[in-house]
Design a protein around this ligand. Sequence first.
Ligand SMILES: [Zn+2]
Length: 101
Amino acid sequence: MRIKKGDNIKMLSGKDRGKTGKVIRVDGKSGLLTVEGVNIFKKHARPRKQGEKGEIVSVTRPVKSGNAALVCPSCHKATRIGMRIEGDKKSRICKKCGATI
Ligand SMILES: [Zn+2]
């Protein structure tokens, strides 16, 4: 996966299509990203003790990385990520403006 923790992404599909957010967790094995403010579900927590109130908590669920595109920090567009290899160094580049990410 080419998206890393701390990247800003834009959702391309799903209920949060068009939303942008910061990646807070990457799961490379399953190809899932957890993105701040994206794919939030409300969960109703039941009261555990008597006299306690039930509450609604917001849970951020991971999204498929294929539904997200990186937002280039240089041109601020949602872009695909290219790779540039210089010697034994690999760096990510923006396919739109060519900036190193
Ligand atoms: Zn760019």
